[in-house]
Ligand binder design. Structure first.
Ligand code: ASN
Ligand code: ZN
Length: 320
């Protein structure tokens, strides 16, 4: 990858960082109009009812309940990324409250967006030990964003795109919070959330889909990184959490080819593609085209970004 960049530089093209800088300076993000988040954290008290008991509203001091305070802080970080990087005012773009429930049900091994709010289980302490991790929280909140922009139907390829875009922005929220550069990021989603007995590092890896865990209880991480490994199944809404490995890896490659801060130019391109998507049944190939259109709109035809983006999609088996 480094060689490829050196080659481009020999061809007299400016390095990606310069283009990124140029892009940032002509970015149109009406961030000044966006005031502030409206977070509302509830305690589900290990019951199934949502949203449960309100324990921390925007501006309230910390509760001392670690899960609630993590949910509050992380929701703020995700809100800030969407506001400051992409000019979006909350999940719906219109400042909707960020409603979250921690301690959802008992020993519950999942987290989700239900169309109105986020909910987080505690995990059973065996398979999962927490869901209150920034990439996971960013993932669930991004399902909210996708509901209001793009509206990707949650099955088959459009569902895997919905999953992938949630992973992308979850990972970007984490990378931005850590102020890591793309080449230093681990590209893991849900690092550290697996239980102590589970052999694995995370829930998913965008850098190396299929390698996040391999465990007697959980099995092997089923994600492919290339269309040759595409899994046709009726489970999991048509493999939405499986085949998302393919667009996830394309995004990773794109960021890795460019270098720099992934939440800036690559994130803006993905965000623009989502914002302009008008096909809720989009296939991987449709989405690849959509990201290319966004890249050309934002960085110009023949830009390094558009060249690298085409290369990334090609490497995972999608020609555009
Ligand atoms: N944690 C899962 C997700 O957000 C829950 C689900 O499958 N809807 O993708
Ligand atoms: Zn999801």
């Amino acid at each position: 990858l480094r060689d490829e960049r050196a080659e481009l530089n020999r061809a007299g093209l400016p390095p990606a960082e310069l283009l990124s800088g140029n892009y940032a300076s002509r970015a149109v993000s009406p961030a000044e109009d966006i005031c502030c988040s409206d977070r509302r954290i509830h305690d589900g008290e290990h019951k199934a009812a949502l949203p449960g008991k309100l324990i921390r509203s925007e501006g309230d001091p910390a509760t001392g309940i670690a899960d609630a305070d993590t949910a509050y802080d992380a929701a703020g970080q995700v809100f800030s990324m969407y506001a400051e990087e992409y000019g979006r005012n909350s999940l719906d773009g219109e400042g909707m409250p960020l409603i979250a429930t921690v301690h959802h049900r008992r020993d519950y091994n999942n987290a989700f967006w239900n169309g109105d709010q986020m909910a987080y289980g505690t995990g059973d302490g065996k398979i999962f030990q927490t869901f209150l991790e920034l990439s996971v929280i960013g993932h669930e909140m991004s399902h909210g964003v996708i509901q209001f922009s793009g509206g990707l139907i949650y099955e088959n390829q459009s569902g895997a795109l919905n999953e992938s875009i949630a992973d992308v922005f979850g990972s970007l929220a984490l990378q931005r919070a850590l102020a890591q550069e793309a080449h230093e990021a681990d590209w893991l989603v849900g690092k550290g959330i697996l239980g102590p007995g589970i052999k694995g590092v995370a829930l998913r890896s965008m850098k190396a889909p299929g390698t996040a865990y391999a465990d007697d209880l959980l099995g092997q991480d089923p994600q492919p990184w290339h269309m040759d490994g595409f899994v046709s199944t009726s489970d999991d809404n048509g493999g939405v959490h499986i085949n998302s490995g393919i667009p996830n890896h394309a995004f990773y490659l794109f960021c890795n080819y460019l270098g720099g801060k992934a939440w800036e130019v690559p994130g803006r391109i993905w965000y623009r593609a989502l914002q302009t998507l008008n096909n809720p049944m989009a296939s991987f190939s449709d989405w690849a085209d959509q990201t290319m259109d966004a890249a050309i709109e934002l960085t110009g035809r023949g830009s390094i970004e558009s060249v690298m983006l085409r290369r990334a999609w090609k490497l995972v088996g999608i020609a555009i």
